[in-house]
Design a binder for this molecule. Structure first.
Ligand code: SAH
Length: 347
């Protein structure tokens, strides 16, 4: 395994079979070595800086019915909400005062957010805060829609590929959704000049080692600017309610591998990771992640944006969330910086 790890860290590339071997042969010793190398290259690009993105969960209304997700259309127990333009802009204004220079607007696929409405919100935020980046994470839309939103000022787009295996994809999503369309969206976004984020859930139902190996190869080939991975966590009102959650250990191991595949990638230690372990985000950072995404949503809706059971940070004010994360990062020797936190192309 040492040989494979060395090859990965020097060439940033393994075959699918080799990725599978590396993931299958997880030992504490391999994890330690991967972590050390990952933290080393992360430091070359980003020093001890941790980037923050203010997450604004703008709607939990969704036309899709993903089997894993708590805000899926069929969940009748989900208390639906949608923020108004003014509420969204107020969240961004509050975030700006707290030092955020990137806002992520995330939500279900809610047809209320037409191009005009969503584009108007993006351009509104950009007009008041021209020094900020706006990231969208609003699911699959048409090429024209992505183009329109880009013209309104959107800089980045997060759309996890969820799995790079079409058969696995079809076990996580209803027949109305397709792997091909998901990937087409990622290519459209890239072609339009967005900084693009893909990603997947660790330990999603039916995921095997070969699936993970393919995800890693996909990341190697696609070279996303950002990559969001976090453990799958079951939600009580979904078809996957009794499936086991992904583990902290495997998620951290994969964070280190992804850092070595694509050294400059922006890699968040996700809220899901913080949910399965009280120190999950810290451990993610110490495995090679360099981004955290504190919640800026109004406190009264946070509990309703419940993708999985037990999601953390649903009770605090934005300022508290920001302060708590700064303190957590400081304790492990890192520092949250004020800035857009752009992808670095070269050292
Ligand atoms: N509608 C948008 C945003 C989806 S929510 C989109 O399609 O991109 C953001 C991410 O949360 C999803 O991409 C998924 O990977 C993750 N997620 C959803 N349900 C989850 C669960 N039960 N456990 C962990 N992560 C989950």
């Amino acid at each position: 395994m040492k040989e494979l790890i060395r090859k990965l860290s020097e060439t940033h590339s393994l075959t699918i079979e080799e990725y599978e071997q590396l993931v299958a042969n997880r030992t504490d010793e391999n994890a330690r070595l991967l972590r050390k190398l990952a933290v080393g290259v992360r430091r070359d690009f980003y020093g001890n800086d941790i980037y923050i993105r203010g997450l604004i969960e703008i709607t939990n209304i969704c036309r899709n019915d993903c089997y894993y997700c708590g805000i899926r259309r069929s969940n009748v127990n989900c208390d639906r909400y949608r923020l108004t333009r003014d509420e969204i802009i107020a969240c961004a204004d509050e975030g700006y005062a707290l030092g955020f220079r990137t806002f992520v607007l995330q939500g279900g696929e809610d047809s209320y957010f037409s191009d005009e409405i969503l584009g108007g919100i993006v351009s509104g935020i950009k007009a008041s805060h021209p020094d900020c980046a706006v990231t969208l994470s609003m699911g699959e839309r048409s090429h024209d829609s992505y183009a329109y939103l880009k013209a309104c000022g959107a800089d980045r787009y997060l759309l996890r590929h969820e799995t790079a295996d079409p058969v696995h994809y079809s076990r996580l999503h209803p027949p109305a959704m397709s792997y091909e369309n998901r990937i087409q969206c990622l290519h459209d976004l890239r072609e339009l000049g967005y900084q693009v984020g893909c990603g997947f859930m660790v330990g999603s139902p039916y995921q095997d080692l070969r699936n993970i190996a393919r995800d890693l190869k996909f990341i190697e080939d696609f070279r996303p600017e950002m990559c969001g991975i976090g453990p799958f966590i079951p939600h009580k009102d979904t078809p996957f309610h009794d499936m086991p959650a992904g583990t902290l250990e495997l998620t951290c191991y994969l964070l280190s591998i992804i850092r070595l595949i694509h050294p400059p990638v922006l890699l968040p230690a996700t809220t899901a990771l913080g949910t399965i372990d009280p120190l999950g985000r810290e451990k993610g950072i110490m495995s090679g992640a360099n981004v955290v995404m504190p919640n800026l949503s109004p406190v009264n809706v946070r509990k309703k944006y419940e993708l999985y059971d037990g999601k953390i940070c649903t009770g605090e004010e934005s300022a508290q969330c920001r302060e708590c994360l700064s303190e957590r990062m400081r304790k492990i020797g890192y520092e949250i910086v004020v800035g857009r936190g752009d992808f670095k192309r070269a050292v």
